[in-house]
Design a protein around this ligand. Structure first.
Ligand SMILES: Cc1cc2nc3c(=O)[nH]c(=O)nc-3n(C[C@H](O)[C@H](O)[C@H](O)COP(=O)(O)OP(=O)(O)OC[C@H]3O[C@@H](n4cnc5c(N)ncnc54)[C@H](O)[C@@H]3O)c2cc1C
Length: 383
């Protein structure tokens, strides 16, 4: 198993870090306060090819493997978890499915904007169907050469300004999760109505919206995969997505850890820096342990994916561990800061809010445990 970064990956990491620290870090707190990441930040990442990380060069992308994508997402999330989720969703569940399941005609039409300037959105969840994605109620009815979509989708990351949406709707009322299909829809399509933006606890710079499908006509040529393949497409893409969430969590954790070490060395109590107090040292040591474990698990899952080995269980293990570790580390980071950790002047306040959702989206911690348990009972325990 290749867990160390190659020389090239180290160079990429250092270049991304430089970009993020010099150009994004000075604004990340303001993005949180204003609940908005400006388009210019996306354009800057697009210039570096980061909208096409998962797409092969032959199709206009930069063709990074999963380990390298993990490194990039970690660095972006270290300075702005909001920008991190926008780029993670775009790459892993926005653009990649078009390449993986699209016809050559669909790839030719939709990949160029996705790898160069437009964000992708993945619209699976509904008000009544989150963990239970097979219960989707939105319908897609075939009428001649097009489908007519009706229903309500929610929690759509990048949803207010995406260029391309992947929308999951029911083409067969009787077939349960086998009755779902996936449609590629462009921004501005008549009948695609962007609704309210959620007022979130964290990741405030990233937009999360409700979409109404109101007689939305989608040509048959824009169905991704076969009729009934929707659930399969969604679940297979979530494997990559979950490795991405682990990377986001690691980035947030790294930032909280660094802030805690710095603060503990500066803050004085009882005649010396609090870093000299064993209770504080133990917190820092435990942060380091969880951070290292999370990074190794994410790299392992990514390596399994890169080497075409089954990685569903490993992706869930990495996502589950990293997201819970991020919640723990950011919680303890506030503790190390005392009262100062509770006010917006200090970065850990935002990191704590940003980390929390990582235990929820792309499958809650409970769902990850179900995935892991089902896999180990079916395929045997890992050695
Ligand atoms: C900021 C944000 C961004 C998001 N972005 C997107 C996006 O871009 N696209 C998209 O499609 N969705 C997105 N989501 C939706 C997200 O994936 C769902 O919120 C998540 O899957 C949980 O669904 P739910 O909120 O309906 O909770 P529910 O499914 O109602 O779950 C409620 C609780 O019940 C538990 N539970 C449910 N079923 C089981 C079970 N079988 N066993 C054990 N426990 C169970 C859950 O773990 C949870 O604790 C986003 C959500 C947020 C908050």
């Amino acid at each position: 198993m290749q867990l160390d970064l190659s020389e090239e990956q180290v160079q990429i990491r250092d270049a991304v870090r430089q970009l993020c620290v010099s150009e994004f870090a000075p604004h990340a707190r303001r993005w949180d306060q204003e609940s908005h990441v400006p388009r210019a930040a996306i354009e800057r990442l697009a210039e570096q090819g980061f909208l096409g990380m998962a797409i092969p060069e032959a199709w206009g992308g930069i063709g990074y493997d999963s380990r390298t994508i993990t490194v990039v997402l970690e660095e972006i999330s270290r300075v702005s978890a909001a920008l991190g989720i926008m780029i993670a969703v775009h790459n892993s569940v926005g653009a990649l499915p078009v390449f993986r399941f699209g016809t050559d005609e669909q790839r030719r039409r939709f990949l160029p904007p996705l790898v160069s300037k437009e964000l992708g959105a993945f619209s699976l969840s509904e008000p009544g169907a989150g963990s239970d994605a097979g219960a989707i109620q939105s319908t897609a009815v075939l009428e001649g050469d097009h489908y007519v979509l009706n229903g309500t989708k929610n929690w759509v990351t990048n949803g207010s300004h995406a260029g391309v949406y992947l929308i999951f709707a029911r083409t067969d009322r009787e077939a349960g999760s086998r009755g779902l299909s996936t449609f590629i829809v462009e921004r501005g399509a008549r009948g695609l109505v962007v609704g309210k933006t959620e007022d979130k606890m964290g990741l405030r710079g990233s937009d999360t919206v409700t979409l109404s499908l109101e007689g939305l006509e989608v040509p048959v040529s824009q169905r991704l995969g076969a009729e009934g393949d929707g659930f399969k497409i969604a679940m297979s893409m979530l494997d990559a997505g979950r490795i991405g969430v682990a990377a986001q969590a690691i980035g947030v954790m790294q930032a909280a850890f660094e802030e805690s070490v710095k603060y503990a060395q500066q803050r004085e109590a009882f005649g010396g820096p609090i870093a000299k107090i064993q209770a504080v040292q133990f917190k820092l040591a435990e942060m380091e342990r969880r951070l290292q474990c999370a990074r190794l698990l994410a790299r392992r899952a990514a390596w399994l994916k890169d080497t075409d080995q089954p990685h569903t269980r490993a992706a869930s293990v990495a996502k589950l561990y990293a997201s819970e570790a991020a919640t723990w580390v950011t919680h303890q980071a506030i503790q190390v800061h005392g009262g100062y950790g509770y006010v917006k002047e200090y970065a850990v306040e935002q990191l704590y809010r940003d980390a929390r959702v990582m235990e929820i989206y792309e499958g809650t911690s409970e769902i990850q445990r179900l995935v892991i348990a089902r896999s180990l009972l079916r395929e045997g325990v890992a050695v």
